[in-house]
Design a protein around this ligand. Sequence first.
Ligand code: NDP
Length: 293
Amino acid sequence: MSATLLDGKAFSAKVRARVADHVSTLKSEHDIIPGLAVVLVGEDPASQVYVRSKNRQTVEAGMNSYEHKLDASASQDELLALIAQLNADPAVHGILVQLPLPDHIDSNMVINAISPAKDVDGFTIANAGLLFTGQKSMVPCTPLGCLMLLRDHHGSLAGLNAVVLGRSNIVGKPMAQLLLGDSCTVTIAHSKTKDLAEVCRSADILVAAVGRREMVPGDWVKPGASVIDVGINRIDAGDGKTRLVGDCDFASCSEVAGAITPVPGGVGPMTIACLLANTITACCRANGVPEPE
Ligand code: NDP
């Protein structure tokens, strides 16, 4: 391997330490404890793991964590009533509804019921619109984490060619918008893109958010490029065990890239760290206190 490893685990620990510092200051100087409410509907095993981890890290950072578990059969109206209650609760500064929601619930309607000021996932139309128009918003956590890693490695991203593989509302589109905001020349690629390999080879920054195991081989990577692998794919590792791999073939990509995130230990840990950081930001804005840089 010749690429520099972009160590999200180590970087996220620094972000969480900064968050914990802000929490102490908010407590000691303003008598405020930031609070994050996480809503989980149903029993999806992966979602349960994520929610547990979010709650644990919220508490470890010194914040209040409010967990709301609803049965898989909960109605949309019940969920909307809970969100209205959390919107009105001054102790709750951030609200996160764990996706995916059961099929009988309209996810868009539920997400957009969250007050934009408490929308720490940045998924409401209001926050997406603010990001799109270059205004102060709540930025989706995964793309924000990717941007932090890239800024840390490159300093300025201005003028670099960035290719974002994937156009979902939660990763691909906001990622492209953030890179544009940092003055990259951005291409968004997807399942209908022609000559994907050639498009990827034009990238100084390649962000893969596809959800297909090891789809990007090393010969799609421009020598020296930075590769950010957002993908989380669980595969059979034999012996009845499983392991996680990304959307990029790490072995071959890391021979060509200048820098690369591992899976696990790259983008994943940054996502929760950014969720905590967004909760602090929301708390500061709600209380008219200067927000973290
Ligand atoms: P989606 O399924 O919503 O989007 C996948 C995107 O990839 C779509 O835009 C799709 O194109 C595109 N795509 C699919 N197949 C191909 C292909 N063969 N060639 C080119 N493009 C393709 O996924 P998400 O954005 O939600 O997530 C992407 C990955 O990131 C997943 O592995 C997910 O687990 C992971 N993830 C990781 C997070 C983290 O914290 N690290 C957080 C969130 C997600 P089209 O639109 O044309 O269908």
